[in-house]
Write a protein that binds this ligand. Structure first.
Ligand code: BGC
Length: 384
């Protein structure tokens, strides 16, 4: 059944490749660190049917992922591995558990082991400059996955979602689902992403473009005053950090008032805020509008239960598919799919990019966006 759903989304060629390469769905991780989010089951697993052996093409791809503490990266890693293996590549997939130095070492080892291409989803976008230079000197092409690699000319292509578009979609959702009236102001607090991730800055820019006019006219009020990215970012997108900050904000600024909106940049941050709100005695009667990003399984269950309002669905199968075309381009001379040659300036070069489309998801459209596409099954969403 899943095959049918997949075939609706992926190209015929890619589906054929997937079916060939989906013999295993286990996440081969370098690190055994437990997942921080409650649900870490990969979405959109491929079918388990026996696959004919794929002829190895003799080339090895190193895939460096940031962490397994968030479900999306587990899905990204396993989708990349499956799709590359289906084309005959050997894959070295490593997770660094948000430890920048560990990621540097993993990439150094990949270079030393003779990989032909590197795909990197960085922890700190600027911290890999030296190792990227090593790759370039060794003639190994580098592709940036989801997060732009900053301050380097060693990156060939960038596969991502429209990162400013994510912020725009979150901001639009807030504006469209709130009665905005300066005579009856609504309170809002911001929980943004990691300052060392370029995506977090772009999301913030897209979000503020939408909500700033309403902060200016008094329809929205941020009682903590923490509107600047400098004051509302969350290092490493960490759930516990967000929870603690939300607790402090609720105690410090909302003792006599209610918080109406939490503009959260990531589902993990939304879980932290949810815990803080429960601790402060919020109930279904006064629960705020809470945004998120990634439409993780847990977040989608929370959306159905009403404890998170929306998220941004990012189909990691499609992102992996686009990234694989880039790997083929640098290794086989094929033509990669590119749809942006202007936006992603990394301070050294403008990196040719493919931007996938982020989709806002809430209780009204989650079936269409997440179930009908095979990203989650009804069973996964119904499970305790
Ligand atoms: C990704 C988001 C993700 C966040 C936290 C960002 O770079 O674009 O999808 O929610 O990292 O992992």
């Amino acid at each position: 059944m899943k095959k049918k759903v997949l075939s609706a989304i992926l190209s015929v060629a890619m589906v054929a490749s997937l079916l060939v390469g989906c013999g295993s769905s286990s996440a081969p991780a370098a690190s055994e660190a437990p997942a921080a989010t409650e649900e870490a089951a990969p979405a959109a697993e491929a079918t388990e049917e026996a696959a004919p052996a794929v002829e190895a093409n003799g080339k090895k791809v190193g895939v460096a992922m940031p962490t397994q503490s968030s479900e999306r990266w587990i899905n990204d890693g396993s989708n990349m591995k499956k799709q590359l293996e289906a084309l005959g590549y050997e894959v070295d997939l490593q997770y660094a558990e948000d430890d920048v130095q560990a990621q540097v070492s993993q990439i150094e080892n990949m270079i030393a082991s003779g990989v032909n291409c590197l795909v990197i989803a960085s922890i700190d976008s600027s911290a890999l400059v030296n190792v990227e230079k090593q790759a370039k000197d060794a003639g190994i092409p580098v592709i940036a996955y989801d997060r732009l690699l900053m301050d380097t000319d060693a990156v060939s292509y960038y596969a991502t979602f429209d990162n400013k578009g994510v912020g725009t979609a979150i901001g639009k959702y807030i504006v469209e689902h709130t009665e905005l009236d300066p005579a009856d102001p609504k309170t809002i607090e911001f929980f943004m992403g990691s300052p060392d991730d370029n995506n977090a800055h772009m999301l913030y820019a897209g979000l503020m473009e939408q909500v700033q006019p309403y902060l200016d006219d008094g329809s929205l009020v941020c009682k903590s005053g923490q509107v600047d990215f400098e004051s509302n970012n969350t290092l490493r997108w960490d759930q516990q950090t967000a929870m603690k900050r939300c607790e402090d904000i609720l105690t410090g600024y909302y003792a006599d008032d209610e918080l109406d909106i939490i503009a959260s940049a990531f589902d993990g941050l939304s879980y932290g805020c949810k815990s803080a709100l429960e601790g402060a005695g919020y109930t279904a009667d006064n629960w705020p509008l809470i945004t998120g990003q990634d439409a993780e399984l847990m977040a989608t269950k929370n959306i159905i239960a009403g404890t998170q309002t929306m998220s941004i669905a990012k189909d990691t199968r499609i992102l992996a598919e686009k990234c694989v075309t880039m790997v083929q381009a640098v290794l086989e001379g094929a033509e990669p799919e590119i749809n942006d040659t202007e936006t992603y300036n990394n301070n050294v070069i403008v990196v040719p990019s493919y931007l996938c489309e982020p989709v806002a998801v809430d209780k009204d459209n989650y079936k269409e966006v997440l179930v009908d596409t095979g990203y989650y099954t009804e069973d996964q969403l119904a499970a305790e």
